[in-house]
Write a protein that binds this ligand. Structure first.
Ligand SMILES: [Zn+2]
Length: 250
């Protein structure tokens, strides 16, 4: 092969490679990615019917009435659940009340472990993230827990849950803790809104449980009202556990 022929061959080779490369790029690149994706923090299961719905659970303050023994039916499922476990979450410890990062993260992680311990599955990742930029209410597949001001008075906290319209898979939750209330450890100071108490209730929403408002169920963790000084929602009652285990197993 002469120099000229070699040069021509080389140019043809480059052209051929270029054409095959560009031809392969015409194949939709996202099909495999869709089928193979799991649904941890930033890569949800994205089906062809990728269409999210959102529900907000708003937790109001209300003085407690007399505690009633709760029946086993005192739980309500949202009809959506996580299909990829464990659920990862991040805590934004920023708050205007001077609560320490460690007091916030230990209260919230204790809440997560309370649900975790009621099912054999690893429901929440034991190691959470700390992210001072994490925001409530932004649909970004980051499960964010943050303090902030909520416009309506009397609202203690809000948990938003996003799920797929088709398949009913939860893909994200965000939790807002309203800074209208003074937060802390109500076991030490009953004038405070107990962080672990409220976080346990709100995390119940994040895994697929709805509020219960019947006064005959007012001792369960998923009862829809709380007040300062309350710590009874730190632990789960049998109906809360029954609801959880219907979704994730015993
Ligand atoms: Zn609630």
């Amino acid at each position: 092969m002469g120099v000229k022929h070699f040069a021509a061959f080389f140019i043809l080779l480059v052209l051929a490679l270029g054409i095959s490369a560009s031809a392969s790029m015409l194949i939709p690149a996202n099909d495999n990615a869709k089928e193979n994706s799991q649904a941890p923090e930033y890569s949800p299961v994205i089906g062809d019917n990728w269409d999210l719905e959102r529900v907000d659970f708003i937790h109001y303050a209300k003085p407690p009435s007399n505690a009633k023994p709760s029946s086993t039916s005192c739980y309500k499922l949202m009809g959506v659940k996580w299909t990829a476990l464990p659920v990862n979450y991040v805590i934004n410890p920023s708050n205007p009340q001077g609560l320490s990062e460690s007091s916030i993260t230990s209260a919230i992680s204790a809440s997560a472990e309370t649900w975790d311990n009621a099912t054999s599955q690893e429901l929440f990742n034991n190691s959470y993230g700390i992210d001072y930029a994490a925001q409530y209410g932004v649909q970004n597949f980051q499960n964010a827990i943050a303090f902030g001001d909520y416009p309506d008075s009397g609202v203690i906290g809000v948990t938003s849950v996003w799920y797929t319209r088709v398949g009913k898979r939860i893909v994200e939750f965000d939790m807002l803790l309203n800074t209208d209330f003074a937060w802390g450890d109500a076991a030490e100071n009953p004038l405070l809104m107990d962080l672990q108490n409220i976080a346990t209730h709100e995390l119940g929403h994040s895994v697929g449980l709805s509020d219960i408002y019947s006064t005959t169920c007012n001792t369960v963790t998923m009862f829809g009202y709380s007040t300062e000084g309350e710590t009874s929602k730190r632990t789960l009652e049998q109906p809360d556990i029954a609801g959880l285990q219907r979704m994730y197993g015993a």
